[in-house]
Design a protein around this ligand. Structure first.
Ligand code: 3HC
Length: 695
């Protein structure tokens, strides 16, 4: 017998009721799904033939969580709690059958079931912290009661997706059933529950797993301390910790009340609004208006990378990680050997940290082959050039690739600033196959991939780059061609202000501190020291006209040789940066030579000039069509440059401040912004019309 209404169907198989929920694409717990659970559970509960209930989902995943688009809007009945109460309070055992991902509210529904089974490929997680939230449907109270406080803290604070086998070990799922046989496996499990007369296990009723933490309340202080750096600026982690503390110290219902209160506070705050915006912005960035989703793509079964330096090696790891073979091409055997050795070391370090097994290290290394011949790239579907930034060299390489690579191959350059159109048209007879794939260093770690669309890049080449980006776990955003593309062009606008302010009286460390306090991992001068001040500098051509040139002339090349804008000292095994009297002297001398007198520059001016100059450049980028949408600019800055996601991105931040304020402040700074600065007409117009970039 099967009854069906949208989003649910109840099938009765012998004495088992199978309640199937369906709401594509990810079975989010929108109002219609909550209603489906309430009604479906009522029906199954009321049916005397049904002795146990299996809760299962159609499509690619179990329930992926609350519907994020509903947050901040008036609540619609039934609430998620009502749906959960129907399950937890059922008079018959309810078994969650999990495939895909049981996330957030989805896992919290499963935690209300009396038992949980999963296929091996399934994953469970409470990722709310990534949205600036906490599990607000009892997750902070139930999870620690199942897996213990320490594991719950780990899972909730990292928002990690835990593989089914690990869930089984932790007791989060009760049994694994064979892949592809979830329904039958769950029904069989339900029959075992009935046959053995197992109880209606309600998580709320059992505090045993909390006892260890009651005896050791110091674990909360430790987790705060251990993660202080990571949590800096984010309100959600602390709220999550407080909820778990409440689970340990209060009754279940009091704990739920704490959870509700803190969730309500978080959901209304700007940080969570910004993080939810960032979630959708990342997904929007994959959509290119004139390149529809069904655009044919090249099948990427083999990748070639030219250059086995830090960048090339890092890029190669991304592909080996997902099982795609890579040919690394270098000009010298020694460079190739060095590159492969660095990759191996990186993998071995990951293995040491328990990320994967030594066997997996070898599996990955087996996918990497080296060659000194460009001809080895002949059968690659995608080739990425990752040599140093020199147009002549790149053109020579692309000329060779044009002759060697098979028809249909996508030819990508990892340039961070050079003209992709010139590389495509001047060096190849197939500019449609050429695209920019700008990885960020370290390329195996950084999430961002700036995909650069040349004037002639074909829809297929572009769609292939976007698709492969998703496959290797990158967050991709499309940029048109301009010097520095989206990310580095905005960085240059900020650097111009930072450099200017140093010659007006602010010290590099003052500027860095303001940007660090704003939430960035470091300011522009610390970043230059990290990258190396001598990139692009040579003794022969140095004119000593800038602070950076003078620092290089004094062999202050940055962190790598212990001195740059800062002095570096190793204290207790960690490198620490100290303001440098040498740098101060260079600045004073240069200002004297230019007839400049230092003035006191406040924190507000430092922040506004740096950040509003970025916004202004972002507006120009948008106006010129270099970025498809303002949120793509934010995606670039959050994922490639460490912009604090709780501030959304530069364009979102401008909307938070208000565009009229941004314009007014930029106008007020006037000439101080420098001779190269012009206000973006788009920014001015939008401010005047009361518009916003992102809302
Ligand atoms: N709410 C609303 N829409 C959602 C959603 C959600 N929870 N999860 C995904 N979507 C949408 C996406 O925006 C996307 O829409 P689009 O096609 O229009 O761009 C579509 O579903 C498909 O999503 P993905 O492209 O991300 O699909 P993938 O297959 O790559 O990934 C996923 C699937 C792993 C489920 C991923 O979508 C994901 O991580 N979703 C968010 C999960 C989450 O954070 N859940 C917790 C929500 S908060 C909560 O539950 C609060 C509770 O505690 C009270």
């Amino acid at each position: 017998m099967t009854t069906t209404i949208p989003a649910r169907s109840l099938a009765v198989e012998g004495d088992i009721g199978v309640l199937t929920l369906s709401y594509p694409p990810v079975n989010a717990l929108s109002q219609v799904m909550r209603e489906a659970i309430v009604e479906g559970m009522r029906e199954a509960n009321a049916n005397p033939a049904v002795k146990a209930i299996v809760l299962i989902c159609d499509g690619r995943t179990f329930l992926a969580g609350a519907d994020i688009t509903e947050f901040g809007k008036p609540p619609k009945a039934p609430s998620l709690r009502e749906a959960q109460d129907q399950i937890e309070g059922a008079s018959k055992p309810v078994i969650a059958a999990i495939h895909g991902t049981a996330l957030g509210g989805g896992l919290e529904v499963a935690l209300c079931c009396h038992y949980r089974v999963a296929v091996p490929s399934a994953k469970c997680g409470l990722p709310e912290v990534h949205l600036g939230l906490l599990p607000g449907a009892g997750g902070t109270q139930r999870l620690p009661r199942i897996v213990g406080v320490e594991k719950a803290l780990d899972m909730i604070l990292n928002g990690s997706h835990v593989p089914a086998r690990k869930c089984l070990e932790m007791g989060l799922v009760d049994a694994l059933v064979p892949e592809g046989e979830l329904r039958a496996g769950a029904i069989a499990f339900a029959r075992t529950v009935l046959a053995e007369g197992r109880p209606l296990r309600r998580v709320r009723d059992n505090d045993d797993k909390l006892l260890a933490a009651r005896a050791h309340p110091e674990i909360f202080a430790k987790v705060r301390q251990d993660n202080a750096r990571k949590f800096r600026g984010f309100p959600a982690p602390e709220a999550n910790i407080q909820c778990i503390e409440a689970a340990v110290n209060l009754s279940f219902d009091e704990g739920l009340a704490t959870e509700r209160r803190l969730f309500t506070e978080l959901v209304a705050g700007t940080p969570s609004i910004a993080q939810r915006y960032a979630f959708f912005a990342e997904r929007k960035a994959t959509k290119i208006p004139d390149v529809p989703d069904d655009t044919p793509t090249a099948r990427v079964a083999k990748v070639g990378i030219i250059g086995a330096g830090t960048m090339g090696g890092g890029i190669a790891m991304n592909f080996a990680n997902v099982g795609i073979p890579v040919v690394l091409v270098e000009t010298q055997q020694a460079a190739l050997d060095r590159g492969l050795a660095v990759v191996r070391k990186n993998y071995e370090n990951s293995a040491k940290r328990g990320r994967f097994t030594t066997e997996q290290v070898e599996q990955r290394m087996d996918l990497l082959t080296g060659s000194l011949q460009m001809e080895a790239l002949a059968d690659c579907d995608l080739v990425i050039e990752a040599v140093f930034e020199n147009m002549a060299v790149k053109k020579e390489i692309f000329g060779k690739l044009d002759r060697i690579c098979k028809p249909g191959a996508v030819l990508a350059t990892n340039t961070s600033a050079l003209d992709v159109n010139e590389i495509a048209s001047a060096a190849t007879s197939r500019p449609e196959a050429v695209v920019g794939m700008h990885f960020f260093s370290p390329a195996n770690v950084m999430k961002l991939l700036e995909v650069v669309r040349g004037a002639k890049t074909s829809a297929t080449a572009l769609a292939t780059a976007m698709q492969i980006a998703k496959k290797i776990g990158k967050v991709a955003a499309v940029s048109g061609v301009c010097p520095g593309f989206i990310g580095n062009r905005i960085l240059a606008a900020r650097s111009a202000q930072a450099q200017a302010m140093v010659l007006e009286g602010a010290m590099p460390w003052d500027i860095d501190q303001v940007l660090y306090d704003f939430g960035l991992p470091m300011g522009p001068f610390a970043m230059s020291d990290l990258a190396g001040l001598d990139i692009g500098w040579s003794k022969e051509t140095s004119k000593g006209a800038t602070i950076r040139e003078r620092l290089c002339e004094m062999d202050r090349r940055g962190q790598k040789n212990g001195a740059g804008y800062y002095d570096y000292a190793v204290v207790d095994g960690t490198r620490t940066a100290q303001p440098s009297e040498v740098t101060r002297g260079i600045i004073r001398d240069l200002m004297g030579e230019q007839g400049k007198v230092a003035r006191a520059i406040g924190k507000e001016e430092i922040l506004e000039r740096c950040v509003y100059a970025m916004v202004n450049e972002g507006a120009k980028i948008l106006d010129e069509g270099i970025a498809i949408r303002a949120s793509d600019i934010d995606v670039v800055w959050v994922n490639g440059y460490g912009w604090p996601v709780y501030r959304g991105g530069p364009m979102f931040y401008a909307d938070t401040v208000g565009l009229p304020t941004v314009v007014a402040r930029l106008q007020a700074y006037g000439d101080r912004m420098g001779p190269g600065f012009t206000l973006s007409p788009l920014l001015e117009r939008m401010a005047a019309e009361g518009k916003s970039f992102t809302r």
